[in-house]
Design a protein around this ligand. Structure first.
Ligand code: FPP
Length: 243
């Protein structure tokens, strides 16, 4: 059963999560190094964040660097880390002024201190904003997140703060990096690959998915709007049967 897609935002996704894939291929198609594609991809982030309020998106979560991305060449990893530092330094003021509340998810232990300090400052400067909630997944992996959460949960059990009999589906999410976020309604992956690559594994159990061919540096606010309207036509039943 399809819902009426006539309205721009009614029935649209409240939380959109994006796997920003295809930067490397975009650069290679232009005879340029992969990092050129990552820089072009970073410029897309601003346009997409700015489009969110009008589309009724309250939460946007983007996959910037996975726990598996360390396997890339040292040049690419170092270039990406420099890009993240530059992006945060350059964008902090604009994000703060435009009402964006920024959070980071992922394990910070392996990130360099300078980058972590910039991430902390950006979170601190934008914490009272409420126009859009931007979550950046950096050194993030869904399995790693669940493992870290389980460790903390086990520590609480060992210290007598949590009774194992009280552990249910509501308990573990309180230990996840995403504990203050709603689950994503719509997960988008660009670049034609149809896989989730360890992104928001627990949280996306009932998400709708869109795998689109566009390479991330070519992704536009218009395309996001189109995907949001298409989401509005879907019938989400969460395992139940419509009466
Ligand atoms: C995947 O494309 C992309 C990444 C691993 C990095 C994503 C990073 C950005 C978009 C940079 C900006 C982010 C922020 C928050 C400033 P790929 O390199 O795997 O592309 P390919 O599959 O074509 O090789």
């Amino acid at each position: 059963m399809l819902k009426d897609p006539s309205s721009e935002t009614a029935g649209g996704p409240r939380h959109v999560a994006i796997i920003m894939d295809g930067n490397g291929r975009w650069a290679q198609a232009r005879g340029r190094p992969r990092l050129f594609g990552h820089h072009a991809g970073a410029r897309r982030v601003r346009e997409v964040v700015e489009a969110c309020p009008e589309l009724g998106i309250e939460y946007l979560t983007i996959f910037a660097f996975s726990t598996e991305n360390w396997k890339r060449t040292q040049v690419e990893v170092a270039g990406l880390m420099t890009l993240f530092r530059r992006y945060i330094t350059k964008e902090t003021r604009a994000l703060a002024e435009r009402g964006v509340c920024v959070r980071f998810i992922g394990d910070r232990v392996r990130l360099d201190n300078k980058l972590v300090a910039l991430m902390d400052t950006l979170e601190e400067k934008t914490r009272d904003n409420a126009r859009v909630n931007l979550t950046i997944a950096l050194n993030y992996g869904g399995r790693d997140e669940v493992a870290r959460a389980t460790k903390r949960l086990a520590q609480d059990v060992a210290q007598g703060k949590l009774n194992p009999d009280d552990v249910d589906e509501e308990t573990l999410p309180r230990y996840l990096d995403t504990c203050v976020l709603p689950d994503p309604d719509l997960v988008i992956r660009t670049s034609g690959e149809a896989r989730i690559s360890n992104f928001l594994l627990w949280q996306s159990a009932y998400s709708e998915y869109e795998f689109i061919d566009t390479l991330w540096p070519d992704f536009t606010a218009d395309e996001l709007g189109h995907l949001c309207r298409s989401y509005g036509t879907r019938d989400r039943r969460f395992g139940a049967v419509r009466a």
